[in-house]
Design a protein around this ligand. Sequence first.
Ligand code: ADE
Length: 233
Amino acid sequence: MRFNTIGIICAMDEEMEQVVLHLDHVHTVLEQAGLKFIEGTASGLTVYVVRCGIGKVNSALCSQIMIDKLDPDAVLNIGVAGALDDALEQGDILISRSAQQHDFDTSQLGDPKGIISRMDTSIFPADPDLIQAAEEAAEAAGLHYCLGKVVSGDQFIADEAKKNELIELFQGSCAEMEGAAMAHVCYLNRKPWVILRSISDKADGQAELSYPEFLPLATKRAGVLFQHIIEKL
Ligand code: ADE
C-alpha cells in the first residue's frame, strides 16, 4: 500500500499501552506541549504513537504536531467508545466511514447542529484504503465490527435522551471525545485517516458502570485490531 509510516493517536495510557506492546525498537522521538511521541516498528512500517489526552482540543493539538513534525503517511485514532448502533456490543469494533463533532452548535444563528460555520464540510470522510485495511484486519482477527459515523464531543455520553439525539441528528454509530477533532485536522492537512474504536459501553444510563468494567476488554481488542491492520498497510 501507499503507507510506510503511520501515526497512532490514543487518548489514554490504557489505549496506548495496547498499541505499544505490538511494536519493536520503541524509543521517544519528540516531546512537545507535554506530549511524548514514541517511535517503533511493526511489520516493516515505522509507527509513531502518542497519548493525546482526553477531548477535542488535546486531540487537535496533538494531530497537528504529529503532522508538522513527524509527517506520517496516515494517522489512525485508536481507542474505546460508547456504542450508539444497537448492533455493537462491548468489545466490538467500529471502523469510521466519517466523523463529525456533535457539540458544535451555532443553531441560534440558523445553522443545523453539528455544522461548523463557514467550513466547506463538517462531516469528514475517512480514507477508503484505510477503511478497507481495517475491515480486512477485523476479519483476520475474528472481531465483530461495523462501519459507521463517529461522533465526537467534549462530553461523556451516559443517558438515553442524549444518545437518541446523537442517533437522530447525526446518525452516529459510536460516541467518543477525540476522533472527529483528529479527522478535522487531517482533513485540513490532506492527510489520510481512520478512527478505530472498540466498544466499552452503550452510552446509556449504564455507561458509567459499563465503561470501567469493559475498558480492559475494549482496549485489548483495539490493540489486537492494530496488530492486524499493521499487516495490511
Ligand atoms: N468513550 C467511551 N465511552 C464513551 C461515552 N459513552 N461517551 C463519550 N466517550 C466515550
